[in-house]
Design a protein around this ligand. Structure first.
Ligand code: B12
Ligand code: SF4
Length: 520
């Protein structure tokens, strides 16, 4: 059977990072089947184009995965595929949280023939076998003998053959810049961000988050050897292709078990498996100096920290009191001393937020080492304690917000400001954080760092700005370049100066070696 795994595009970023679920399920598919992958972010398609592809390739089963924010698009695609007579199975966080919607059991239209609830590592081969026999069931769920939900072990973990896959569609470097970088920046014409998971589960249970409900509060890890061998294969692949691979450890809290994280990082270092990496780690776990030393030595570069708010009352409201705003600055300085920077994430519209929250947050951020702040509105994802609380309080203005998805629009009434005021705060936070002035002052704050680090910092700022201000056209990029021309020129001047200085230092040696050759 030919199987297509499809991930709908998010309408914001193009070819950012492959979605792990597709590659994982591909690796778990019995070898007699052929699997095609289409990620709409890298290969945008409308319903007709997708159906034509499915007909041409004679696909017999389509699997669609989606987060809540893309689910309306996923349903539209699924409807078109089913209308063409091909069965659709849907999986991922959203259908797990509201399975009746996809199956049309809530009074709405049906979008999927079957749904895979929860982690599908064990159920996927069964789904494929049933579909092959034409006996697809409606619901698949990993259950133990007593009918209780079972979380799959990550030992053993399938080997994802990244090195054999066509990843060029996920090259993050804009096409226009590739030829120049190929000539002058060794390997930087091709940059891939590769998702690797080292464990699943988070016990913290923050009120707004789906992770504890979905993956459970007991944490499961892959073996260190399995992670190290994946890194070594990626490293070899990058070297062979003269490209850059950056790893995103997508664990929800990469240091949730500090002892185990330290042992993994030590094994990575001992095996020489270091690649630049990014991970999500909560601020409370970054108090440990030894851990941060190991992060540096294993080439950790950016840490995503869910700060959520600088207000302890807000943090208590969402069950995240383990975050201590008073220590944010110290944590970020501890990282910055080792040239590790943070992506700091904030929620706007929490119950104790009032007009002025953006200014108050920006003021704090300005006192920290430069990083990449990101802001989102409080979002009640289905099946979270937050959703239930707001529903009970009659505060959901759009209870099925995902069916009429609108980026950065509240779906509930905040407590101490209006929806309009919340949107204005969010807009202010993004606009000021990525203004040309803020970009220049971020560079000035790390003026003593090597040019390479500053260029990387600046490039990341340009990309992160695009999360809120979509940069999907050449025109948008051009405007960004013009607006930030001062910073770009300064960095270019600095880089050319370094290059000339390095050339001068190298030239006498080159002349000397040529001389030797001539004499020989
Ligand atoms: C990596 C990641 C991202 C990446 C992007 C995705 C990518 N390219 O990988 C980045 C960092 C950009 C990102 C951004 C966001 N993310 Co995110 N992200 C994750 C994260 C940490 C890992 C995803 C992952 O690969 N997991 C590992 C795989 C193996 O698990 P999985 O995807 O669930 O797949 C398993 C099952 O679900 C199932 N399955 C999945 N799909 C399918 C399909 C079929 C057919 C079948 C059979 C089975 C199946 O099988 C898989 C194996 O068991 C998850 C949290 C998490 N731990 O999953 C959040 C998560 C998915 N993100 C979330 C959110 C909310 C966001 C943002 C909206 C945050 C924000 N406020 O801006 C943005 C939106 C991005 C956008 N514009 O699209 C939520 C989604 C909740 C929901 N109900 O939709 C999650 C669950 C985290 C959370 N805190 O609740 N994210
Ligand atoms: S610590 Fe992060 S992953 Fe864990 S429940 Fe809180 S927000 Fe979710």
């Amino acid at each position: 059977m030919k199987i297509l795994l499809y991930n709908p595009d998010n309408g914001v970023t193009r070819n950012f990072m492959p979605h792990l679920w597709m590659f994982l399920l591909q690796s778990l598919t019995p070898a007699e089947h052929q699997v095609f992958l289409i990620d709409g972010n890298a290969r945008p398609m409308n319903e007709q184009q997708l159906v034509s592809f499915i007909r041409e390739q004679q696909i017999g089963l389509v699997g669609i995965g989606s987060m809540t924010r893309m689910v309306a698009r996923a349903y539209r695609m699924a409807d078109a595929i089913r209308a063409a007579g091909v069965p659709v199975v849907m999986g991922g966080p959203h259908v797990t949280e509201v399975p009746d919607e996809a199956l049309g059991r809530d009074g709405g239209p049906r979008h999927a023939d079957a749904v895979a609830l929860g982690e599908a590592d064990e159920t996927w081969p069964r789904i494929v076998a049933d579909a092959g026999r034409g006996e697809l069931q409606e619901i698949y769920q990993p259950l133990d003998e007593r009918g209780k939900e079972r979380k799959p072990s990550l030992q053993p973990y399938p080997s994802i053959p990244w090195e054999k896959l066509d990843l060029e569609q996920f090259n993050m470097v804009p096409k226009v810049a590739r030829p120049l970088l190929e000539r002058h920046a060794n390997g930087w014409h091709s940059v891939h961000l590769i998702p690797i998971e080292s464990g699943r589960g988070c016990p913290y249970g923050c009120e707004f988050c789906t992770v504890t409900g979905f993956f459970g509060d007991s944490i499961r890890f892959r073996s260190n050897e399995s992670v190290v061998s994946e890194l070594l294969r990626l490293k070899k692949h990058a070297r062979k292709n003269r490209s850059q691979v950056i790893v995103f450890f997508i664990d929800d809290n990469f240091a949730i078990n500090i002892k185990r994280t330290k042992s993994l990082l030590k094994d990575i270092i001992d095996a020489g498996a270091q690649l630049p990496w990014i991970a999500q780690i909560s601020a409370n776990l970054l108090r440990d100096e030894e851990l941060v030393d190991l992060i540096e030595a294993s080439h950790g570069k950016w840490i995503f920290i869910g700060m959520e708010s600088i207000d302890p009352v807000n943090l208590a409201d969402v069950n995240k009191s383990f975050n201590k705003p008073a220590e944010y600055a110290a944590v970020l300085e501890r990282l910055a001393r080792r040239d590790i920077y943070a992506i700091t994430s904030f929620i706007v519209g929490l119950d104790n937020d009032m007009p002025g929250v953006a200014d108050r947050t920006l003021e704090q951020i300005a006192g920290w080492p430069p990083g990449l702040p990101v802001f989102g509105q409080l979002t009640p994802f289905p099946a979270t304690p937050l959703y239930d609380r707001l529903l009970k309080a009659g505060r959901l203005t759009r209870p099925k917000h995902w069916l009429e998805f609108a980026p950065y629009q509240m779906a509930n009434t905040p407590l101490k400001m209006s929806i309009g005021q919340t949107h204005a705060e969010l807009d202010k936070a993004w606009t000021e954080s990525y203004s040309p002035q803020r970009n220049a002052s971020a560079l000035a704050a790390i003026a003593d760092k090597p040019t390479k680090i500053r260029v990387m910092h600046f490039a990341m700022r340009m990309f992160f700005r695009g999360i809120y201000f979509p940069q999907m056209t050449k025109r948008a990029w051009l405007k960004l370049i013009v607006d930030n021309r001062r910073s770009i020129l300064n960095l270019a001047r600095e880089a050319i100066g370094n290059w000339r200085a390095a050339k001068k230092r190298v030239d006498p040696a080159v002349a000397h070696s040529r001389g030797n050759t001539q004499r020989a």
